[in-house]
Write a protein that binds this ligand. Structure first.
Ligand code: COA
Length: 255
């Protein structure tokens, strides 16, 4: 299990809030943290006390994505790995999810947002999907969802070059709903979640189902297809070089 404080959760007035709280490592996500996040979403799916979920980080950082050291030590090799269990739980979650993002949102820190219903960003937010730079490929359905959300031309830039984009760009592309100050973002997400929590649950559930209906099956298929490639590529020399270079604080050398 992760130290209890790495993933904080609480439920209040119909809203369940998950806070990534490993600030000293920029909220890099370990297998143990993914397991806690998967458990949280699985519990929230069936817990009648929960009508809406909020996912948030800290005003200085949302998440640096997969913990690279942890990934080297225990790479996710099967569909039961915590990261894939988390992605399944999030991507099939039936209740509304609100995200509050400030500071860096890297890798799965960005791709998880494509599965959230409302995304609010601090003006310090920056997003990146540097999978290619790590010798990997897109995950979390992002090869399908990023082009849908951003348009293919911008998704190609973000996914092939791994170039980051700002909160302002994310707003303009429709990847986030609104930009506020970093210290306001968690509070604003909570207030939007409270508005949702006051609405009739059956209408929320059916509306979310209908919003996702066209995509739902394709998303699950794409997540599985990406996961198989991602797991294979993790074992290959390019990823090993990229991850080792990150740990050694140097640039990778691929050719
Ligand atoms: N995995 C493991 N450790 C990570 C990490 C990650 N993904 N991201 C950050 N850390 C650690 C750093 O190694 C550093 O640890 P140290 O203090 O023991 O040296 C600490 O978190 C602080 O990170 P640092 O890079 O100094 O912070 P920053 O503010 O300069 O930059 C980021 C923040 C998120 C932009 C930068 O850390 C980064 O690019 N991280 C890697 C992101 C990534 O490639 N994720 C994988 C996607 S699949």
């Amino acid at each position: 299990d992760p130290p209890m404080s790495d993933i904080l959760t609480y439920i209040d007035a119909g809203v369940a809030t998950l806070t990534m709280n490993r600030i000293d490592k920029k909220n890099a996500l370990t297998a143990a943290m993914y397991a806690a996040m998967a458990d949280f979403f699985e519990d929230c799916q069936t817990n009648e006390q929960v009508r809406v979920v909020v996912v948030q980080g800290h005003p200085t950082v949302f998440s640096a994505g997969n913990d690279i050291a942890d990934f080297l030590q225990n790479p996710p090799s099967t569909q039961d790995a915590p990261v894939f269990r988390f992605l399944r739980a999030l991507s099939t979650f039936r209740k509304p999810v609100v995200a509050a993002v400030a500071g860096p949102a890297v890798g799965i820190g960005t791709t998880m947002l494509f599965h959230c219903d409302l995304v609010y960003a601090g003006d310090n937010a920056h997003f990146a999907m540097p999978f290619v730079n790590l010798g990997l490929c897109p995950e979390a359905g992002s090869s399908l969802l990023a082009p849908q959300a951003m348009g293919r031309t911008r998704a190609a830039e973000a996914l092939l070059l791994g170039d980051p984009f700002t909160a302002e760009a994310a707003l303009e592309m429709g990847v986030v709903n609104r930009v506020v100050t970093p210290t306001e973002v968690n509070h604003f997400a909570a207030s939007q979640a409270a508005r949702l929590a006051a609405k009739p649950m059956a209408s929320l559930l059916e509306t979310k189902r209908l919003l996702n209906a066209e995509n739902a099956q394709a998303v699950q298929q794409r997540i599985a297809e990406e996961a198989a490639s991602f797991a294979r590529m993790l074992q290959e020399p390019a990823a090993k070089e990229a991850f080792t270079a990150f740990m050694e604080k140097r640039l990778p050398q691929f050719h």
